[in-house]
Design a protein around this ligand. Structure first.
Ligand SMILES: C[S@@+](CC[C@H](N)C(=O)[O-])C[C@H]1O[C@@H](n2cnc3c(N)ncnc32)[C@H](O)[C@@H]1O
Length: 269
């Protein structure tokens, strides 16, 4: 059966506009996302070696450290440019989260660190999560990331954009609708509230669901300093933002202040 269609704006964005390969290393908030995603996932991953399916794995930034930790990683992504780069890291092939070309119960871990960002339709997000449940083994781990509903408000404040009519309207639209149409800047996107992301994992059949803030409440300060100085923020500020993310974890109110959410759950059985 043919794969579901990817929105053309998503293909164009990742093929012609944006270099996903450097997103998590070229900026301080990207590095914060990488460090925190690693430390959160490592809390839940089974001991290596285990089979990991990295769905929407992009160019393999997470696959690289997972392979380094001893996991047997297979990456699927619908963007050919990403798959070509990821092949330098692990087994990688074209694929869509909504219809995975994988056997039932064939992976110990399934990660979706990106596909839900680009599926504005709840039915399609649930389809992607149910596919992760189908290919995960009983008791296996599914980890799914979402972009925070309020991230664009913090980002465009930090970047001093909100005085412009265009950005003010765009951010107001995201706050109102939780979606972005991908007309300019970013691509077609969906923005989650923490409880909504948890509910979607449960609706897909996952149990023991927990949601974490990835970057914590201070990530946009890193962006503001980087933009204002044209240089990476001082190490002490990066360390403070990282500490803030860790300190914020027991306080669910602060989930709304982050840039990304990471939800984990177990395949039933
Ligand atoms: C922001 S990137 C994240 C890449 C990587 N997982 C990471 O966390 O750095 C989002 C990724 O989701 C992929 N993606 C978009 N729609 C998808 C879909 N329907 N199924 C699977 N992957 C998808 C994109 O091609 C892109 O590689």
């Amino acid at each position: 059966m043919a794969s579901p269609e990817l929105a053309p704006e998503v293909t164009t964005f990742y093929t012609q506009v944006f270099d996903e390969g450097t997103r998590l290393t070229a900026s301080a908030d990207g590095r914060l996302e990488l460090v925190r995603t690693q430390e959160l996932l490592r809390r839940f991953l089974p001991g290596a070696p285990a089979r990991v399916l990295d769905v929407g794995g992009g160019t393999g930034v997470h696959a690289r450290w997972l392979v380094g930790d001893g996991y047997d990683v297979v990456l699927v992504d619908p963007v050919a440019r990403h798959v070509e780069q990821a092949r330098a890291v692990c087994a990688a092939r074209l694929g869509d989260a909504r219809r995975l070309d994988c056997d039932d119960a064939s992976y110990d871990v399934v990660t979706l660190l990106g596909p839900l960002y680009h599926l504005p339709d709840r039915g399609e997000r649930l389809q992607a999560l149910r596919e992760a449940v189908r290919v995960g083994r009983p008791g296996g781990l599914v980890a799914a990331a979402g972009i925070n509903r309020y991230a664009s408000l913090f980002e465009h404040t930090a970047l001093a954009h909100l005085h412009t009519e265009r950005l003010r309207t765009s951010v107001a639209g995201i706050l109102d609708t939780a979606t972005y149409d991908g007309r300019r800047g970013f691509t077609v996107s969906y923005f989650h509230r923490a409880e909504e992301l948890a509910e979607e994992l449960r609706a897909a059949g996952l149990r023991d669901v927990e949601v974490f803030g990835v970057e914590g409440p201070a990530w946009s300060q890193l962006k503001a300093v980087e933009q204002a100085t044209g240089a990476p923020p001082p190490d002490a500020l990066f360390e403070s933002a990282l500490t803030a993310a860790r300190l914020a974890e027991p306080h669910p109110e602060l989930l709304a202040a982050g840039s990304h959410l990471l939800a984990v759950g177990r395949v039933g059985g």
